[in-house]
Design a protein around this ligand. Structure first.
Ligand code: NDP
Length: 241
């Protein structure tokens, strides 16, 4: 029987590409989303991938959502923590709400999800966890103190858990995408994209969601069993770390 994979934020952008790539690789995929029912319905109609709505910043929400997936599809063997948001502001203007929303979704969301599949993975002696962090967690980004802090936290979380999971055949890795052409990035004014962002990318273009999805499929595979605690940078040469 093929493995069960859950992708948070799996109905749009990078997550949608990950859901599709895992399905094509033979996984039984469940795609989570937060509130955009229209996009989720369209994604389900197009791909046949079942979609499940809950907010990853809620521990109880994750618990209920995962229980539904386990009952309908099976125990989660592969978890892709992809859901993420931005609430950008210069720090002197950043509100506590902007700080907490981003930390709760982009960092605590990883705890909420991973904590609930961890025991099952340990018992079965197999697990793959891939956390989608960001280049801005590696280098920091003006106007994104909240986002950079959360995404850097994701990397520490990855490295600590990798050490705990290793003896149980659970790998935990992170991917740091650079600028990828999704709604999150295409919301940036075109002038800023063309004059400030793309010129900083040595390959001269935005990345595609599919390029990130192929990294995920590799890290989820049996072939990647010796890779854990690593950070895979996929950023068009913008930052070497
Ligand atoms: P999108 O905004 O295109 O999609 C975000 C997805 O996450 C949607 O499915 C959304 O659901 C879901 N989501 C958001 N908040 C929650 C929540 N609280 N609970 C459950 N699901 C949630 O984002 P991207 O595809 O651009 O980004 C995906 C990940 O990649 C994020 O973690 C982001 O930080 C990271 N990243 C993106 C980069 C980029 O250039 N795009 C660069 C580096 C990292 P809904 O549709 O219901 O809103």
């Amino acid at each position: 029987m093929s493995r069960v994979a859950v992708v948070t934020g799996g109905t749009r952008g990078i997550g949608a590409a990950i859901s599709l790539a895992l399905k094509s690789a033979g996984y039984r995929v469940a795609a989570n989303y937060a509130g955009n029912d229209e996009a989720a319905r369209a994604f389900h109609a197009e791909t046949g991938i079942p979609v499940f709505k809950w907010d990853v910043s809620s521990y109880e929400g994750c618990s209920e959502g995962l229980a539904r997936i386990e009952a309908e599809i099976g125990p989660v063997e592969v978890l892709i923590n992809n859901a993420g948001i931005t609430r950008d502001a210069m720090f002197h203007k950043m509100t506590p709400q902007q700080w907490h929303e981003v930390i709760n979704t982009n960092l605590t969301g990883l705890f909420n999800m991973t904590h609930q599949v961890w025991a099952g993975m340990r018992e079965r002696g197999f697990g793959r966890i891939v956390n989608i962090s960001s280049i801005n967690g590696q280098k920091g980004q003006m106007g994104q103190a909240n986002y950079s802090a959360a995404k850097a936290g994701d990397l520490g979380f990855t490295k600590a858990l990798a050490q705990e999971g290793a003896a149980k055949n659970i790998t935990v890795n992170a991917i740091c995408p650079g600028y990828i052409g999704t709604e999150m990035v295409l919301a940036v004014p075109e002038k800023v994209l063309n004059e400030r962002i793309i010129p900083q990318i040595p390959v001269g273009r935005l990345g595609t969601p599919e390029e990130i999805a192929r990294c995920v499929v590799f890290l989820a595979s049996d072939d990647a069993g010796f890779i854990t605690g690593s950070t895979l940078s996929a950023n068009g040469g913008q930052l070497f770390v």
